[in-house]
Design a protein around this ligand. Structure first.
Ligand SMILES: Nc1nc2c(ncn2[C@@H]2O[C@H](COP(=O)(O)OP(=O)(O)OP(=O)(O)O)[C@@H](O)[C@H]2O)c(=O)[nH]1
Ligand SMILES: [Mg+2]
Ligand SMILES: [Zn+2]
Length: 305
C-alpha cells in the first residue's frame, strides 16, 4: 500500500518498542515506523530524538513515519562494547550541547570533558560547560576553569539544589534546541526538573549517588520550553569514543591550536613528534594548556590505533 505524502514532524520521545512520539505543529502524537524503513540496511540509528521526519496518516487514528530526513548534525559516539563498530546517535539537529559535570561527585574528568568538546566542535554544535552542584564547590577549584575560559568556552556554574545560576542557564536555553549530556549522577535530570517542574523526571535518590555507574535516565527525550526552544535529557555516558572523526581533522577540534598549527613546518604535522612544530612550541612556551594538549595526543593515539 502506498501512503499519502507525509507531514513534516520532529521526533520527541522514544516510547514503547516500535513507537515514537512525534511533534507535528505543536501537537505530540504517537507514531510507528513504516516497516519498509525498519528493514532497510543502515549503518546508523534509524531514528533518534531531534530527527526531522515525514509522517503520514493512513486513517484518523494512526500515524506512520514514512521517511527520516538527513541529519544536519548529531551528537553521537562509537557504540560501546565489542563487536562491529557502529554509530550510537543520542540526539540529532542540535543548536547547543550542555556538557554537564559537577562539583562534588562524580569528580570532574577533564579528559572526558575534552571528548565532549571535540565532538561538539566537529559537529558544529555550540558547547556550553555546565558545572552543577555549586553548593558543593571547593574554594580552590579555579585551576581547570581558566584553561577553558581562555579558549572561549562558556562555563555556567549552577545548582539544581539551591537554584544558584538557574536564571543564566534558562536564559542560555531560550529559543534553542539543546541537549544535556554528561556522566551519570551529575544532575542533568535534576536541572531539567528545576527548569520544567511539571515534568517531575526520575532522579537518583540521595542514597544512590555515591555508587557509580547507576543510570537513572534510560532513554533520551526532548521537552519544549514555555518561552521557546527545546531541551533534551539523555542517559549518563561513561564511555565516549568518537565516531567518524577523521584523524586529520582532530587538531581543528581544539580551537586554541588553530593559530599555532599554521606555524608547523610540515603541512600534515601530527603535532606529536615532528621537528619545528608550532603546536609543540606553543605548549612548551605555556601558550597552550598542557592538559588539553595531552587530551589531543590521547585522542590521536586512539584514532590511529
Ligand atoms: N548537592 C547537590 N546535589 C545535587 C544537585 N543536583 C543534583 N544533585 C543530586 O545528584 C544526584 C544525581 O542526580 P540526577 O539528576 O539523577 O543525575 P543525572 O545526571 O540525571 O544521572 P543519569 O540520569 O543517571 O545520567 C541526585 O542524588 C541529586 O539529588 C545539586 O545542585 N547539589
Ligand atoms: Mg538523568
Ligand atoms: Zn605540528
Amino acid at each position: 500500500m502506498d501512503l499519502p505524502p507525509g507531514l513534516p514532524a520532529r521526533v520527541d520521545h522514544e516510547t514503547t518498542a516500535g513507537f515514537i512520539d512525534v511533534r507535528i505543529d505543536g501537537d505530540v502524537v504517537q507514531a510507528r515506523m513504516r516497516g519498509r524503513l525498519k528493514n532497510a540496511p543502515r549503518t546508523t540509528d534509524l531514528c533518534v530524538i531531534g530527527d526531522q521526519v515525514m509522517v503520514s496518516q493512513p486513517d484518523e487514528q494512526s500515524f506512520v513515519v514514512v521517511e527520516v530526513l538527513p541529519r544536519g548534525n548529531r551528537f553521537s559516539r562509537l557504540q560501546p562494547g565489542r563487536g562491529p563498530q557502529k554509530e550510537d546517535v543520542l540526539v540529532a539537529n542540535l543548536d547547543q550541547l550542555m556538557i554537564t559535570f559537577c562539583h562534588g561527585r562524580p569528580v570532574l574528568n577533564t579528559r572526558l570533558l575534552d571528548r565532549f568538546l571535540v565532538i561538539a566542535e566537529h559537529e558544529d554544535i555550540d558547547p556550553v560547560i555546565v558545572m552543577n552542584k555549586a553548593d558543593l564547590r571547593e574554594p580552590n577549584d579555579l585551576s581547570w576553569r581558566q584553561a577553558y575560559e581562555s579558549i572561549g568556552y562558556p562555563i555556567l556554574t549552577v545548582s539544581a539544589g539551591t537554584g544558584e545560576g538557574m536564571d543564566a542557564l534558562t536564559g542560555a536555553l531560550q529559543g534553542k534546541i539543546s541537549a544535556f549530556v554528561g556522566p551519570s549522577g551529575v544532575g542533568k535530570s535534576s536541572l531539567i526538573n528545576r527548569i520544567l517542574p511539571d515534568l517531575d523526571l526520575n532522579i537518583a535518590s540521595v542514597s544512590d549517588h555515591h555508587g557509580k555507574g547507576r543510570h537513572t535516565t534510560r532513554v533520551a527525550s526532548l521537552y519544549s520550553l514555555p518561552r521557546g526552544g527545546f531541551l533534551a535529557d539523555t542517559p549518563g555516558i561513561r564511555e565516549l569514543g568518537t565516531w567518524a572523526l577523521p584523524i586529520e581533522h582532530l587538531d581543528r577540534c581544539f580551537p586554541e591550536l588553530r593559530t599555532y598549527r599554521a606555524l608547523c613546518t610540515f603541512r600534515s604535522c601530527s603535532h606529536t613528534h615532528e621537528p619545528q612544530c608550532g603546536v609543540i612550541d606553543a605548549v612548551n612556551a605555556g601558550n597552550v594548556d598542557r592538559e588539553r594538549y595531552e587530551s589531543y595526543v590521547r585522542l590521536r593515539e586512539e584514532a590511529g590505533a
